[in-house]
Design a protein around this ligand. Structure first.
Ligand code: ITT
Length: 191
């Protein structure tokens, strides 16, 4: 069975990625003996930051490593918070939701999308592949539900009449960006 390190410090992402990769032997950062300092994510795009993380942890651990860089892009805010989604929240998502409601208060266009770029980095051959997934939808006027993580309670995907925060994990996986990227990765590994 292929062994893959999922290099994320985000427990919500880790849970979802584990759900999608049941046929692989999965390690997470907590399974690594030494504590590894987090890399600096100074890329301009999701693809840049995804590669920075995957390469960094792969070289530190010498394991086949998967990293996800993702975020919420809001059209009326020129794609913000985008690659800064985690930094925009700074650990307080309740506050981040309220800040976004304020920023969107005078905007008619509430369309937005989640994007994920997953990198699988092989340190033995210094090779990597990237896989992308997007989920279109809109930002609600109030938080709904307590499921998921991050921006899930304020995002309603196109085709559903509820927020990701109101969805079961299985419902979210029918629509979400990360599952789309993972499907492409699994397809590639099976070939
Ligand atoms: P790692 O870099 O260690 O993986 P992180 O949380 O900092 O953890 P990112 O830099 O990729 O990861 O930031 C992703 C941000 O986008 C973070 O604020 C998430 O909460 C948010 N996000 C990404 N996917 C999401 C999803 O499916 N539902 C809700 N929020 C999501």
């Amino acid at each position: 069975m292929k062994k893959i390190l999922i290099a994320t410090t985000n427990p919500g992402k880790l849970k979802e990625l584990k759900d999608h990769l049941k046929e692989f032997e999965i390690l997470s950062l907590s399974d690594i003996d030494s504590v590894i300092e987090e890399p600096i994510e100074d890329g301009k795009t999701f693809a840049d930051n995804s590669l920075i993380k995957a390469k960094y942890y792969a070289e530190k651990t010498e394991l086949l490593t998967l990293a996800d860089d993702s975020g919420l892009c809001i059209n009326a805010l020129d794609g913000r918070p985008g690659v800064f989604s985690s930094r925009y929240a700074d650990g307080d998502y309740e506050k981040a939701h309220q800040k976004l409601f304020q920023e969107l208060a005078d905007k008619d266009d509430r369309s937005a999308y989640f994007q994920s770029v997953i990198t699988l980095y092989d340190p033995e051959n210094n090779k990597y592949e990237q896989f992308e997934g997007k989920c279109q939808g809109k930002i609600l006027k109030e938080s709904r539900g307590t499921g998921g993580f991050g921006y899930d309670p304020i995002f309603m995907p196109s085709g559903l009449e509820k927020s990701f925060g109101e969805c079961s994990p299985e419902e979210k996986y029918k629509y979400d960006h990360r599952k789309k990227a993972i499907d492409k990765l699994v397809n590639c590994l099976e070939k």
